[in-house]
Design a protein around this ligand. Structure first.
Ligand code: ZN
Length: 286
């Protein structure tokens, strides 16, 4: 059975129609609207993607198990929006709503870099950091749907101020934003290119940034002991520059590193489509 999945990002919404294996049959992209128009836009995307009985939606921020968006960093005026109920009423189909990183985790687990693994983590290093976990063969959501917010794990008490209002959150040191901050505003792709060309300053930026990425990954590995950690997010995922340096620091920072089995670090395979594909697969599985 075909399924519709929609990933709502900070600037754009990606809708996909997939077959039951998660292969994309067609897709549509729209700018992310103001929160007041979100349901309208989701409904338009559903109509454009044609007939499928289920709709999955991946949303940023805190999403309850009943599909209520309680807070979203990039959609500031959100207060308790019942996305699942309102979209179901509009389009008359089965609608399932999930956190976007949880959706991406599910896609990488079902058909991507963590296929066939019972214990895995996905970490997406975008503008912020999103994450999700598979433990004992089960997708984890936590008691209230909030599991995986490790971007706001504090790694530096009294450190850099975060958009969430706290200080020293991991995503101030290990996200795409952080990479640009360390590089003095130079874009991530340029940092990678210049470092590969031997630019000493940019090699240092890669080293500092990758060490901070590894700090969070080692903390995560110490908590859940996954077999694989899948690392997603534009530049880091697609560049050959970062992963070896992250791997070097990860191996050093892991607890009791010399006398244990290490989790594998893998680049994500589904890229920016992971959230939409995961939403489609989750919507169809409910
Ligand atoms: Zn924070």
């Amino acid at each position: 059975m075909n399924a519709i999945g929609i990933d709502v990002g900070g600037t754009k919404c990606l809708g996909v129609l997939t077959d039951e294996s998660g292969n994309i049959l067609s897709w549509v992209r729209r700018p992310t609207p103001s929160t007041a128009d979100l349901i309208d836009t989701l409904h338009e995307i559903v109509q454009e993607l044609a007939d499928a009985p289920t709709v999955g939606v991946g949303l940023p921020g805190l999403i309850t198990p009943t599909g209520i968006m309680q807070a979203a960093p990039n959609l500031k005026d959100v207060v308790e929006l019942s996305v699942a109920t309102e979209l179901r009423n509009r389009c008359g189909r089965k609608v399932h709503v999930e956190n976007d990183a949880t959706s991406a985790t599910y896609a990488e687990w079902k058909i991507g870099a963590a296929r066939g693994v019972a214990d895995a983590a996905f970490v997406g290093l975008g503008t912020g950091i999103g994450a999700g976990f598979i433990i004992g063969g089960q997708l984890q959501r936590g008691a209230h749907g909030y599991a995986g917010e490790i971007g706001h794990m504090v790694v530096q008490a009294d450190g850099i101020e975060c958009v969430c209002g706290l200080r020293g959150c991991w995503e101030r040191y290990a996200s795409g934003w952080a990479l640009g901050n360390f590089a003095g505003g130079v874009a991530g792709e340029i940092v990678a290119q210049r470092a590969a060309d031997g630019d000493a300053k940019m090699i240092e930026v890669v080293e500092i940034f990758s060490r901070w990425v590894a700090v969070g990954l080692a903390n995560l590995a110490n908590i859940i002991d996954p077999e694989v950690i899948v690392i997603g997010g534009g530049v880091i995922e697609s560049s050959a520059v970062f992963m070896p340096v992250v791997q070097k620091w990860f191996s050093q920072l892991l607890y009791s590193s010399a006398s244990r089995t290490h989790p594998r670090l893998e680049s994500a395979q589904l890229g920016e489509r992971a959230g939409a594909i995961g939403a489609a697969l989750l919507g169809a599985s409910m």
